[in-house]
Design a protein around this ligand. Structure first.
Ligand SMILES: NC(=O)c1ccc[n+]([C@@H]2O[C@H](COP(=O)([O-])OP(=O)(O)OC[C@H]3O[C@@H](n4cnc5c(N)ncnc54)[C@H](OP(=O)(O)O)[C@@H]3O)[C@@H](O)[C@H]2O)c1
Length: 189
């Protein structure tokens, strides 16, 4: 199972949950040199540097390597992931951190029965949210990622945007709205 944008907020949770479920997770990242140890600590079996993938030579069908993927990037990396699926592989398109476009062929769909699933958390029905929250609280609980969540104040948001746009941030960030209203378990007293 592959996860792109693996050090990002969505990616790292996906890595930990998929590993908990017993998948061999390949974490694909632009920060392999700095973050391989962390990605392995949260459950990745392997870390693949995004820079090592030649996206100029994507074949309609590549080596059948992955049983599925969670893709946070879109664009050529999503096209490459589709070409690398095993028969019946399922790819969840979550994000567009690299590109909104998708230039691919129908080959993975009609010759390997690959599925491309859309993901839209904003319109997720409440009943499904509650089911997922319950699982996230128990058997899917991503403890190793949660341990490293950072909290920032709403007023400080603008000073963090640049790092996000450059893909330099690792893990999840909670934005605190109303300085005194929510106790912050991650902040020193
Ligand atoms: N569909 C939905 O319902 C839904 C819900 C939440 C988020 N999203 C989308 O999912 C994506 C990921 O969200 P997130 O919260 O995880 O974001 P994030 O914390 O900013 O992480 C994105 C990760 O993507 C990689 N990346 C960043 N810029 C890149 C670039 N220009 N080219 C290639 N890789 C780049 C980096 O990871 P590496 O360095 O490890 O590669 C980065 O950490 C975003 O596009 C977001 O808008 C969609």
């Amino acid at each position: 199972m592959a996860v792109t944008g693996a050090t990002g907020g969505v990616g790292c949770v996906a890595v930990e949950i998929l590993a908990k479920l017993g998948f061999q997770v390949v974490a694909i990242t632009g920060k392999a040199a700095e973050e391989s140890d962390w990605l392995k600590a949260i459950g990745a079996a392997e870390v693949l540097a995004r820079q090592s993938i030649d996206l100029t030579k994507i074949r309609p069908l590549g080596a059948a390597t992955y049983a599925g993927a969670v893709d946070n990037l879109g664009g050529d990396i999503l096209a490459w992931l589709l070409s690398m699926q095993k028969i019946g592989g399922t790819v969840a398109a979550v994000g567009l951190a690299a590109d909104m476009k998708l230039n691919t062929t129908v080959a993975p769909f009609i010759l390997r029965g690959v599925h491309l699933l859309g993901t839209d958390s904003a319109n997720c029905p409440m009943s499904l949210r509650q089911t997922l929250w319950n699982r996230l609280a128990v058997d899917w609980r991503p403890d190793r990622v949660h341990d490293q969540v950072r909290t920032i104040d709403f007023e400080d948001l603008p000073t963090h945007f640049d790092a996000y746009l450059k893909g330099m941030v690792r893990g999840r960030t909670v934005v605190r709205i109303g300085r005194d209203s929510i106790p912050d378990p991650h902040r020193a007293p």
